[in-house]
Design a protein around this ligand. Structure first.
Ligand code: AMP
Length: 426
């Protein structure tokens, strides 16, 4: 009988990959808290209408990538991104009435029915932050900087930042820019790819970030959004750029960056990493001042980002010494030969684990040499060696695997205390 395989575009994580995944979450929780963000946990499915209204009917995500089900009378969708759910929760529970500025973070799986390829999955994971309740450009900069600091904390120092503004939704701003784009693009339509020809009517801004080379050729001479925003948006963007420069955060101003979701206003940004190839965005975000109102709430400005964990993992794996640095090293490995020794070892390890140490042993009846190899492979600092001779003498050998390689015998009855003392000193 054939085995049942995973669904294309999903993946399983083991050992070092799972460790890398968890480290990405741990470091996020730690650094987000340091910047004053508290965790929010929302459901992984929501009413379909939420995403349609928040992300926009004409976007790729809503028009063709959502996993939508109608199990009974309701139509529900597996969340394709995190912001809509978080803002829905803030509105529903009226959290904005209780506190001033709301700073939250989230982590979890997202689902999009895209064509799978390297760095593009159908179930992937994101960590993200949302700061709701202020239009201060310094808050845009805090969020942008937080993303960079997070990558650095993980060891990714060569992340690049792309920056743009797409202006606000008000009359003299984005509508005017859209109109200018339309005028400039009309005569060039035949040079655009089929998808962009459709985007001309449905979602003209997305033409700017098309990956097709003939479209990119057309796009490079089009009017630039940061030159066509209203005065207030121009001022906002100037202050964002000024503060980024003051904080020595370098960026590339990129007029083709528009992001794929309708809710963005003003500042938009994306983090990229060279290790990723075609899908080089490892995270992105921006302001979304109109979203709360669009979802039926008050007019409250907000800014946030979402960072893709899988793409972070690809970038980390491409770093030279990342494998060793991240291997799930354990404190000690128990090497035992013979039934009685194995039983005694199991008991000792149980006590040491209760004392807070990480420990493991062989359960496959391997030879001494093979067990030593396992201990090294697991990165154990110490090996505890117990054969029949040692057992008869009431002793056990403690061997330093990481540094000196030295070994010595200690009394079996005292070995737990001895080991606890060693780990206290390290
Ligand atoms: P977005 O808001 O769509 O730009 O997503 C934010 C980040 O999530 C991206 O920069 C990627 O790192 C990650 N991401 C988005 N879609 C996928 C996907 N299909 N597979 C893996 N990661 C993704």
């Amino acid at each position: 009988m054939e085995i049942i395989r995973h669904i294309e575009g999903t993946r399983d994580y083991f050992a070092a990959d799972a460790a890398r995944f968890n480290r990405a979450l741990r470091v996020a929780a730690d650094i987000f808290a340091r910047y004053g963000y508290s965790q929010t946990i929302t459901p992984i499915f929501e009413n379909t209408a939420l995403f349609a209204r928040a992300i926009g009917e004409a976007t790729d995500i809503v028009s063709k990538e959502m996993y939508t089900f109608t199990p009974g009378s309701e139509t529900i969708t597996l969340r394709p991104e995190g912001t809509a759910g978080v803002i829905r929760a803030v509105l529903q529970h009226e959290i904005y009435k209780r506190t001033g500025l709301i700073k939250v973070w989230y982590a979890g799986p997202m689902f999009r029915r895209e064509r799978p390829q390297k760095g593009r999955q159908r179930q992937f994971h994101q960590v993200g932050v949302e700061a709701v309740g202020s239009a201060d450009p310094l808050l845009d900069v805090e969020v942008i900087a937080l993303g960079i600091r997070y990558y650095e904390a993980l060891g990714l120092n060569d992340v690049r930042l792309r920056l743009n503004t797409i202006g606000c939704l008000n009359e003299p701003c984005r509508p005017v820019y859209r109109q200018r784009l339309r005028q400039a693009l009309q005569p060039l339509l035949p040079r655009l790819c089929k998808v962009c020809q459709e985007r001309f009517d449905r979602n003209i801004l997305r033409i700017l970030d098309c990956k097709n080379s003939s479209c990119q050729e057309v796009v490079k001479d089009l009017p630039r959004s940061h030159e066509h925003t209203c005065d207030a948006c121009r001022e906002h963007f100037a202050r964002v750029r000024e503060s980024l420069e003051e904080q020595q955060i370098s960026y590339n101003l990129d007029h083709t960056l528009v992001r794929g979701l309708d809710y963005y206003t003003n500042t938009v940004f994306e983090y990229t990493h060279a290790a990723l190839g075609a899908q080089d965005a490892i995270g992105g975000g921006g302001r979304y001042d109109g979203l709360m109102k669009q979802l039926g709430g008050p007019d409250i400005p907000a800014v946030g980002f979402a960072l893709g964990i899988e793409r972070i993992m690809i970038a980390l794996a491409a770093m030279p010494e990342s494998k060793e640095a991240e291997a799930e090293a354990i404190d000690l490995y128990g090497i035992a030969l013979g039934d009685d020794s194995r039983k005694a070892m199991a008991k000792i390890l149980g006590q040491l684990r209760q004392a807070g140490l990480s420990a493991d042993m062989d359960y496959e009846g391997k030879s001494l040499k093979a067990q030593l190899r396992s201990a090294n492979k697991r990165g154990a600092r110490l090996a505890l060696i117990l054969g029949n001779n040692e057992l008869q003498r009431g002793e056990v050998i403690i061997k330093d695997l990481l540094h000196s390689g030295e070994q010595r015998s200690v009394l079996l009855a005292q070995c737990c205390d001895e080991i606890k003392t060693i780990f206290k000193c390290i």
